[in-house]
Write a protein that binds this ligand. Structure first.
Ligand code: HEC
Ligand code: HEC
Length: 347
């Protein structure tokens, strides 16, 4: 008899628990679960917006929305341009004014203080707002509200993540901002720290002789790459003019277009080199198709101008780096050790 009572109690407790399960619209409880971001060894603390903490439910929603054309009127989704197999990137985008822009990967963005090639965005949540515009998703507000409300899953998922019970209580701006919050939560979880180089540095993995020679060029004064592309992020998260041009028109003005400071002319945010093998073409305007071309640029193509970074003009560099053919090849081999295959194949 005692056992039966205990059993009954347990059954009752489980039933109560189920009723109170987090974020059940019927019970009126909205309680998302905090998502613990795993920061890899040696990485800095991530930037997380205080008004958009990561939750399991928010990340799940963002992941689904990221590759769902429900947000657009033309079949496009974020993943059309930010394709996982290419480290959440794809070759390039041509703007309405005819400028070519290399599409940046989504990788370790949680550790970036600002975004886009010229740093035009400082709050990540605001960035995807532009994607609803005619030149990208060409989203129709009424259609978006209708589709989300009538979807078999989204009403429940938005409730779980953000406590939204009825899409129509939101303005179009509020709906878009909520979508952006979810997308950004997901993007912040895209962390790459398992390249061949990481396994060599931290887990006793091996590099070939050529890759190690390239590493020496990269991390020594010989190539001088590490000043701006240092370990572990392979970006210093600062702006530099690395000597691509000596005349600056249109988007090549870079950071100057945002700050209008003469001292920012031709400056760009240092891109990470992680997964660089997957994200051709290179530089903000995709002017180089291969890593060999990039290395040759640093070796012999740097152009001098008023804002060029002092590292590019150090004494001894007047005639370029003067790398040997073997040093150039080894540098390219080293750059390819930054490819993280588990990152692009993760589910
Ligand atoms: C038509 C192609 C295209 C689509 C679709 C697209 N993007 Fe992008 N994305 C770009 C380009 C091009 C840039 C670089 C813009 C710049 O630097 O001026 C970019 C930059 C970004 C960045 C900044 C990356 C960095 O390293 O600073 C984020 C974040 C981003 N996109 C998120 C999204 C999200 C989320 C979506 C879906 C809502 C999306 N993008 C859809 C082309 C696209
Ligand atoms: C003074 C800082 C600085 C130094 C030193 C430097 N870079 Fe860069 N690197 C940048 C900046 C800034 C960009 C982006 C420039 C642009 O797009 O206009 C860049 C772009 C790149 C790119 C293209 C990335 C992409 O996503 O398209 C590669 C590859 C690269 N650098 C490799 C190297 C190598 C190899 C070296 C050493 C030989 C090196 N860099 C030295 C600042 C630097």
């Amino acid at each position: 008899m005692r056992y039966i009572v205990v059993l009954l109690l347990i059954v009752l407790m489980i039933q109560c628990r189920q009723k109170e399960s987090p974020s059940d619209p019927d019970s009126g409880i909205y309680q998302p679960t905090p998502y613990i971001l795993q920061v890899p060894q040696g990485f800095p603390q991530p930037y997380i917006s205080s008004d958009n903490p990561l939750t399991n439910e928010g990340v799940d929603l963002g992941k689904r929305l990221y590759s769902d054309a429900i947000l657009s009127s033309n079949g496009l989704s974020c993943s059309s341009c930010h394709n996982r197999g290419k480290s959440f990137s794809s070759p390039y985008y041509i703007t309405l004014t005819g400028d070519k822009i290399s599409i940046p990967p989504h990788l370790n963005l949680a550790f970036n203080p600002d975004y886009n090639w010229n740093g035009s965005v400082t709050k990540l949540e605001t960035l995807p707002m532009g994607d609803f515009e005619p030149q990208f998703f060409n989203t129709n507000a009424d259609t978006l509200f209708y589709r989300l409300s009538h979807h078999p899953l989204y009403p429940q998922l938005f409730y779980k993540a953000f406590g939204i019970t009825n899409f129509y209580t939101l303005s179009y701006e509020e709906l878009k901002m909520t979508i952006c919050k979810a997308l950004v939560q997901y993007i912040r979880t895209l962390i790459s720290a398992d390249s061949k180089l990481d396994r060599y540095q931290l887990k006793g993995g091996a590099l070939t002789q050529e890759e190690r020679d390239g590493m020496d060029v990269f991390f020594s004064e010989r190539g001088d790459c590490f000043h701006c592309h240092g370990y572990p992020l392979f970006t210093d998260n600062l702006y530099h003019n690395n000597g691509l041009d000596d005349q600056f028109t249109g988007q090549n003005a870079g950071r100057n277009l945002i700050t209008h400071a003469a001292s920012d002319m031709g400056m760009f945010s240092t891109p990470t080199l992680r997964n660089i093998e997957l994200t051709a073409p290179y530089m903000h305007d995709g002017r180089f198709n291969t890593l060999e071309e990039v290395v040759e640029f640093y070796n012999s193509g740097v152009k001098f101008s008023r804002t060029i970074d002092p590292i590019m003009t150090k004494p001894g560099k007047e005639s370029g780096l003067q790398l040997t053919a073997y040093e150039k090849a080894s540098l390219v081999a080293f750059l390819k050790t930054l490819t993280d295959t588990s990152f692009i194949s993760a589910k």
